[in-house]
Ligand binder design. Structure first.
Ligand code: PLP
Length: 355
């Protein structure tokens, strides 16, 4: 379907105020946003307009009952400065998976991608060109009907914001395997990108940080034994030459970096198995000296190399180097910046003249 997205531009862009060599994390937003409202059972006119405050009724249902979901993805530029998107169709599909779980309306997936393309085309001067930098894109949807009562809302806003992000320095991270708090159980909302999942993770993450760790390693809700995922990343282990990653069990997020890394590792000739993995198996592999690598995968960081895992008062040492993880990260970055051929057709080039 073709959509008519109306565009109202700012009079004066703020892009010149940004120091591209020193981008503050998560606090700088581009000039415009994409917005579309849902009412009377349908989505209204999509538009791109100056980013501005949105008046909110104190009874807006998202604030009380938590119907709020989001996505996260990045636009990059190739050597000629042409903007590109990485697997945007997968984010569109996951947004609707989350919407279904949370009783929210689906957003047309082709309009999701078209909105992203037009917003990125308009904001392309905001895309940091440095290696590892990108324009972070945040599509989200929330219930804004003013109503006190427990039911699905009738009114929603779908918005896409954009925020330039500098390179993440890939220091090796330390994880704390959590045996008291849980993130998600199958049948809950863990497989959806629901705002409430992140709210519930904040306190345990603060506690892990106060103990000197970088992130929480989430274990299953019943036995605190099976490994799920990490903060905002999925997790991979290399044991005795082969890769394993927790299978999708209805509780972990179906990460787009995860699915891409599985493809890349197989493409590079590695065996990758998705299956249940216990923390005991990881401890044993470490003791035997066959735990060769562990890394997290996610849009924000790409690949984060894991140095050690703390559990109760014990430390499981992983490794001091991650040669395969590093190689996969380099390949991913090279695909995202058009430096090497894109064998999987993951990238969508954006026509600068779209707007
Ligand atoms: C809980 C969680 N797990 C995993 C991921 C990684 O997913 P992706 O690779 O799509 O960014 C994210 C980030 O979106 C996340 O929030």
């Amino acid at each position: 379907m073709s959509y008519n997205i109306s565009i109202t531009q700012v009079e004066q862009s703020k892009v010149n105020e940004l120091d591209f060599n020193n981008i503050p994390l998560g606090t700088t937003f581009t000039d415009h946003m994409f917005i579309c409202e849902y009412a009377d059972g349908q989505w209204g006119e999509p538009r791109i307009q100056p980013l501005e405050l949105i008046p909110t009724h104190p009874a807006a249902m998202a604030l009380h009952y938590g119907q709020a979901i989001f996505e996260g993805m990045k636009a990059t530029v190739d050597a000629e400065g042409n903007p590109m998107l990485f697997r945007a169709d997968k984010n569109a599909a996951r947004m609707n998976f989350s919407a279904d779980r949370m009783g929210m309306p689906n957003f047309p997936e082709d309009l999701f991608v078209e909105g992203l393309k037009q917003l990125v085309a308009l904001e392309q001067s905001w895309i940091p060109p440095q290696e590892g930098s990108a324009l972070y894109l945040r599509p989200f949807m929330y219930a804004d009907e003013p109503f006190i009562g427990m039911r699905a809302a009738n009114n929603y806003k779908f918005i896409i914001m954009a925020s330039p992000a500098g390179p993440f320095f890939t220091k090796r991270i330390k994880l704390y395997a959590e045996t008291k708090f849980i993130r998600a159980a199958a049948g809950g909302t863990g497989e959806a990108k629901a705002a409430g999942n992140y709210a519930a993770a904040i306190r345990p993450t603060e506690i892990a940080k106060s103990k000197g760790y970088d992130q929480v390693l989430w274990l299953d809700a019943v036995e605190h034994k099976y490994i799920q995922e990490v903060g905002t990343m999925n997790i991979f282990f290399k044991i005795d030459g082969k890769f394993i990653t927790p299978e999708r069990d209805g509780a972990i997020l179906d990460g787009i970096t995860r699915m891409s890394v599985i493809d890349l590792l197989r493409h590079k000739g590695f065996e990758v198995t998705e299956r249940p993995i216990t923390i005991d198996e990881i401890r044993e592999a470490s003791q035997k000296g066959i735990l060769e690598e562990a890394f997290g995968t996610g849009t924000a960081v790409g690949i984060a190399y894991i140095q050690e895992i703390g559990i109760d008062n014990e430390t499981i040492h992983v490794s001091d180097e991650s040669p395969v993880g590093l190689d996969v990260n380099n390949t991913l970055n090279a695909i995202k910046t058009g430096k090497i051929e894109d064998p999987f057709n993951w990238m969508t080039k954006i026509e600068s003249k779209l707007v």
